[in-house]
Write a new protein. Structure first.
Length: 432
């Protein structure tokens, strides 16, 4: 086993690629790793990027015989209920009740007992991994990881990027039963884990106390220019605020309040604008809500490879979270993938969201930006936007603080080595 680069079997529903936040975080951590020392088991229509991963195997609920039978039975039941084959748009667009046959079936597919396919076990054994690295995320993956670990006699390193054990099956009437299955499987995984990983220090502390196990933390890592801050690209007199990310989980609501605030300042004579870079699908869903602010706001989409260029074109970078408690349950302990990217661009951050969210706290603790922790187009938001728009010195000061934090804690060159070292140490652990 090479000390720096152990052979890693990655098990995650999300593939290693540069398509979404999870894939980008993994690809950044594993970049530079010899691809013949990484194999992945995943569950997504999109395969892992071969740049990072030489071998891959898709394993979904359809690979479990009992789930296939249940799905077939559900189709027959639906056909009996709807013999005319009603396919009207109204029917299709009705929101699904989480406890109906489809919602229930999806959860059953996650908790039903199964044995890993022999062909998959043989494939994993042929790879001869030193360690299993997993994002978990559900009961089925916990069970698969546990079976693979036992079959291969290899330790596990779970990486929690959100607090999914606290929110999974939340809306299902049988959630207590489903969670008991998940908890039992997760306990089995953790017994075979010499260390756990979390997405941030706050989550690491919570997980360590919850599971009585040592947790380290790894966020998204980024390429940092060591010769100093990135040169400012914007030469316009207009101070450009930019948001790059999804609008889901009601983040659009906080951005809407920001758009209202910026428009009021613009009408009073402040040269200011807002650009929102979001996935095409999100713009289709929520774009119309911003139509009243077209004079100061531009909606667009950029590819993952264009993100850095977009970030350095703005004067202020916006991070927005929902204030709704049902959304905060999902985001409370996570640190957004974009925060290290924002910091590495040497731009000040305007962070909007509840004060108990890790992303908001991290911006404040690093002194990389101003935070607004009250909902809506309020006085605090107006003051923060006005200060950032009026003072280049403040923008430069906050941007440099964020850049220093990125260089110290998120620089890819050092974080990748630390990540490899943690996995190497875990791989040498003897399972009792």
């Amino acid at each position: 086993m090479e000390a720096q680069f152990p052979k890693v079997l990655v098990v995650s529903a999300a593939p290693i690629n540069r398509v979404d936040a999870t894939g980008i975080t993994m690809s950044n951590l594993f970049a530079g790793w010899p691809i013949d020392r990484i194999a992945q088991i995943y569950d997504s229509p999109i395969a892992p990027d071969p740049v990072y991963c030489a071998k891959s195997w898709r394993f979904s609920s359809n690979d479990i015989g009992s789930v296939r039978l249940a799905k077939s039975a559900a189709k027959r039941i639906r056909a009996l209920r709807n013999p005319q084959g009603n396919s009207s748009g109204e029917e299709k667009n009705q929101p699904r009740n989480s406890s109906n046959d489809l919602g229930l079936l999806a959860v059953v597919g996650d908790v039903v007992p199964f044995k890993a396919p022999p062909a998959l076990c043989e494939w994993a054994a042929d790879f001869e991994p030193d360690i299993i690295y997993t994002l978990l995320g559900g009961s089925r993956i916990c069970e698969l990881v546990l079976q693979l670990s036992k079959n291969l006699d290899k330790p596990i390193v779970p990486h929690f990027m959100d607090d999914w054990p606290s929110t999974i099956y939340e809306s299902h009437r049988f959630r207590k039963i489903f969670r008991s299955v998940m908890s039992r499987r997760l306990e089995g995984v953790l017994r075979r884990a010499p260390i756990g990983l979390a997405i941030g220090s706050g989550m690491a502390e919570v997980m360590s106390a919850r599971y009585a196990k040592k947790f380290a933390y790894f966020m998204n890592c980024v390429e940092c220019v060591r010769e100093g801050a990135i040169i400012k690209a914007n030469t316009s007199n207009t101070v450009r605020f930019g948001y790059v990310g999804g609008l889901h989980l009601n983040r659009w609501r906080s951005l809407l309040a920001l758009a209202e605030t910026i428009q009021l300042l613009a009408l009073s004579g402040t040269p200011i604008s807002l650009e929102v870079c979001a996935p095409v699908r999100d713009i289709e869903l929520y774009g119309s809500k911003f139509s009243a602010f077209s004079s100061i706001l531009h909606l667009t989409s950029v590819s993952p490879d264009q993100v850095i260029d977009a970030l350095i074109s703005y004067d202020v970078l916006v991070h927005a979270e929902s204030f709704l408690p049902e959304d905060s349950r999902y985001t409370k302990l996570s640190v957004s993938t974009k925060i290290p990217q924002y910091m590495a661009s040497a731009r000040p951050i305007l962070a909007i969201g509840p004060d108990d969210l890790s992303s908001i706290q991290y911006v404040e603790q690093s002194r990389a930006g101003l935070i607004v922790t009250e909902e809506g187009a309020n006085t605090g938001l107006a003051e923060a936007v006005h200060r950032l728009a009026q003072s280049k010195d403040l923008r430069d000061k906050l941007g440099q603080a964020g850049y220093s934090t990125a260089l110290e804690h998120h620089d890819a060159s050092s974080e990748r080595l630390r990540f490899a070292s943690v996995l190497s140490c875990a791989a040498s652990h003897v399972i009792v």
